[in-house]
Design a protein around this ligand. Structure first.
Ligand SMILES: NC(=O)c1ccc[n+]([C@@H]2O[C@H](COP(=O)([O-])OP(=O)(O)OC[C@H]3O[C@@H](n4cnc5c(N)ncnc54)[C@H](OP(=O)(O)O)[C@@H]3O)[C@@H](O)[C@H]2O)c1
Length: 246
């Protein structure tokens, strides 16, 4: 049985309806409007799910927002927003679900991080920081839970074709790379396969895999590459765009 949560009730209901139509043999998903930056919302989400189902087998922390552009143009407000959704939102959900999973001594927490959390990426200072924080916390928790039946999986997607870019705050000073965006279904299916085979770390692109090796083995090479990317993408004419301000 599936519970899905996000802020927009209409989109949630639409998605719940689509899933129910596609998988008529399983109970339809329950859609719960929830802002992960609200402790009360998260408590209602997890508490209500446990009450309804008796347990939570898998928690997927997927909520995420992004800010793109030069650090010197990024405001503290932008940092707070990204950290509060991508990091503290996931932390809040983990803290809320852990007592239940510990009591049943089983469960899986899947944290959707990013390749951008493996190393600070130019023009993604706030986003990279939020994902690096999520990765560290996931690793701490995983070690603490080693003797229990509760597992933590970290997923590191690369660029994926989703709505995140439509709602991203562009602070200016840099343009997006013309990267290849993976189809969202492909990424979702790879995550499901990794869950099924009990994976722990899923780095989803060859560049991500290379970065995870080189950042330890050859940090100077990574630093040179990051400097080159910053030079290529720097664009003083790139204006600030903030969907929430328009
Ligand atoms: N797309 C990429 O290239 C890429 C690469 C690496 C990692 N990721 C990560 O993948 C995850 C999914 O992102 P996506 O690319 O699929 O973007 P997306 O389509 O914009 O999905 C983000 C989801 O987060 C929800 N959300 C945002 N703020 C929220 C909040 N405060 N409370 C609850 N839900 C919230 C959004 O729904 P509402 O707005 O209705 O709340 C939306 O359903 C994110 O963690 C993202 O950082 C994405």
């Amino acid at each position: 049985m599936l519970t899905i949560a996000a802020r927009r009730r209409d989109r949630l209901e639409e998605i719940a309806h689509d899933i129910a139509a596609q998988f008529p043999d399983i109970p339809p998903p329950v859609a719960v409007p929830c802002d992960v930056t609200s402790a009360a919302d998260v408590s209602t989400l997890i508490g209500g799910t446990v009450e309804r189902l008796g347990s939570v087998d898998i928690l997927i922390n997927n909520a995420g927002v992004s800010v793109y552009g030069e650090m010197r143009l990024t405001r503290a407000k932008d940092f707070c927003r990204v950290m509060s959704v991508n990091f503290f939102g996931a932390v809040q959900c983990m803290l809320e679900v852990l007592p239940f999973m510990r009591r049943q001594d089983s469960g899986l927490i899947v944290n959707i991080a990013s390749v951008a959390g493996l190393h600070g990426i130019p023009f993604l200072g706030a986003y990279s920081a939020s994902k690096a924080a999520l990765i560290s916390t996931s690793q701490s928790l995983r070690a603490e839970l080693a003797e229990s039946g509760v597992n933590v999986m970290i997923v590191y997607p690369g660029y994926t074709d989703t709505e995140i870019f439509e709602r991203e705050v562009m602070v200016g000073g840099g343009r997006r790379p013309s990267a290849q965006y993976a189809p969202v279904d492909e990424v979702a299916e790879a995550i499901v396969r990794a869950i099924e085979r009990g994976g722990r770390d899923l780095i989803m692109t060859s560049r991500g895999k290379l970065l995870s090796i080189l950042r330890g083995a050859a940090p100077a090479v990574v630093e040179r590459a990051m400097r080159r990317i910053a030079g290529e993408l720097r664009d003083p004419d790139e204006p600030r765009r903030d969907p929430e301000e328009s």
